[in-house]
Design a protein around this ligand. Structure first.
Ligand code: NAP
Ligand code: MG
Length: 401
């Protein structure tokens, strides 16, 4: 056996839940540890451990990501009422992704992995569409309240000297209702814009940004203006890279995306990014083929799969039934992290291994061996459906070739 590839700095490893926790171990045992002297700083973000540590483990893992600059995260359960019951939780802990994003700030970029035979539902989409989701604020950091008939809702702002500004939200006379207040910050919007312009230059792709500034004349309009100001700083680099920045109304963006051929970054406000990334991922094939990376303004990278913990498959697994869960996005989370570690630490061998593993994974699917989700999509004439572990073992064969 050849000597294992050495690492100098660790990757921050954030373990997770359910089926993806099983994939996680298989990927490490079968695809990584035999070839790499894997150096990680391990944090168990599985729900049991989050509950035992009052979620401190999530905060610690995010701070470690900040310190070491590269993290890889397994999908995790977001607690809800049913999970509180199932896991006997002390509290309904916040989503780890929300906690990590709040600590690292930055932007999430999601891109589909493309393989021959897996044809997007939108036939014109021949290149990946990378979605950049603003990872702070709006409805994800809102306050909301239910109002009774006869109550009046007002927005109140107090300045440093105690002066008050008041805006009427709604007078609920005759019927109760609901209200919600959202916010964002100049700093977060600016760092979102910077991440997007930088990533566009890095990957030499056009940048599109859509919001609803015609209706939201102050809130969304501020996003548009900040992007326009910051674009001035990148104009020269955009020109040199031969790429463009386009602002459009979100409705217009959706219409243009549908008839585009792909190959650009689509910057979205937080909620648009949440929703549109699921649409784009599904249209490109399987959620199991969507990668995700959080890029912080101070240069920390957190890689993960875009999908969740695949609960339905996990329950089948617990019943002793065979599963056929797609591990590709989780593999690419690992290769993304290892490539970045290699790039930052000057370890060409490590980056080359990660690229090899990506090619071997795609080759496996293009050779006709795949999990159930892809099997039903693949247009290849000769194809074989395999179980979760056999797919990962098949990659090893292609890795050795
Ligand atoms: P999900 O885990 O993404 O799975 C939804 C369905 O999509 C699956 O049942 C499966 O469809 C298909 N699927 C997703 N990933 C797949 C893969 N790798 N291989 C094959 N099929 C795949 O979403 P969910 O069931 O709504 O959520 C499950 C848990 O994950 C929840 O507790 C949620 O909070 C959490 N979650 C975590 C993250 C994260 O950590 N980033 C993101 C989203 C959700 P079939 O059943 O039809 O085979
Ligand atoms: Mg979503």
């Amino acid at each position: 056996m050849a000597e294992k590839i050495k690492m100098t700095a660790p990757v921050v490893e954030m373990d997770g839940d359910e089926m993806t926790r099983i994939l996680w171990k298989m990927i490490k045992d079968i695809l990584l540890v035999p070839y790499i002297d894997l150096k990680t700083e391990y944090y168990d973000l599985g729900l049991e451990q989050r509950n035992a540590t009052n979620d401190q483990v999530t905060i610690d893992s995010a701070n470690a990501a900040k310190k070491y600059g590269v993290a890889v995260k397994c999908a995790t359960i977001t607690a809800n009422a049913q999970r509180v019951e199932e896991y006997k939780l002390k509290e309904m802990w916040k989503s780890p992704n929300v906690t990590i994003r709040a600590i690292l700030d930055g932007t999430v970029f999601r891109a589909p992995i493309i393989a021959k035979g897996i044809n997007p539902y939108v036939p014109t989409w021949v290149k990946p569409i990378t979605i950049a989701r603003h990872a702070y604020g709006d409805v994800y950091k809102n306050v909301e309240i239910k109002l009774k008939d006869g109550e009046k809702a007002e927005l109140l702002v107090t300045d440093k000297d105690g002066n008050i500004k008041k805006l009427l939200v709604h007078d609920f006379a005759g019927t109760g209702g609901i209200i919600q207040a959202q916010h964002n910050t100049e700093q977060s919007i600016a760092s979102f814009a910077h991440s997007c312009f930088k990533f566009a230059v890095d990957t030499k792709q056009d940048l599109w940004f859509g919001a609803k500034d015609t209706i939201s004349k102050t809130y969304d309009h501020r996003f548009k203006d900040i992007f326009a100001d910051i674009y001035d700083e990148y104009k020269a680099e955009f020109k040199e890279a031969g790429i463009n920045y386009y602002y459009m109304l979100i409705d217009d963006a959706v219409a243009r995306v549908m008839r585009s051929e792909g190959g650009y970054i689509w910057a979205c406000k937080n909620y648009d990014g949440d929703v549109m990334s699921d649409m784009v991922a599904t249209a490109f094939g399987s959620l199991g083929m969507m990668t995700s990376v959080l890029v912080s303004p101070d240069g920390a990278y957190e890689y993960e799969a875009a999908h969740g913990t695949v609960t339905r498959h996990y329950y089948n697994h617990l019943k002793g039934q065979e599963t056929s869960t797609n591990s590709v996005a989780t593999i690419f989370a690992w290769t993304g992290a290892l490539k970045k570690r290699g790039e930052l630490d000057g370890l060409a061998e490590l980056s080359a291994f990660a690229e090899n593993l990506e090619r071997a994974t795609i080759r496996t699917i293009e050779n006709g061996v795949m999990t159930n989700d892809l099997y039903s999509l693949s247009s290849l004439s000769v194809k074989k459906k395999v179980n979760t572990e056999d797919f990962i073992r098949e990659i090893v064969k292609n890795l050795k070739n």
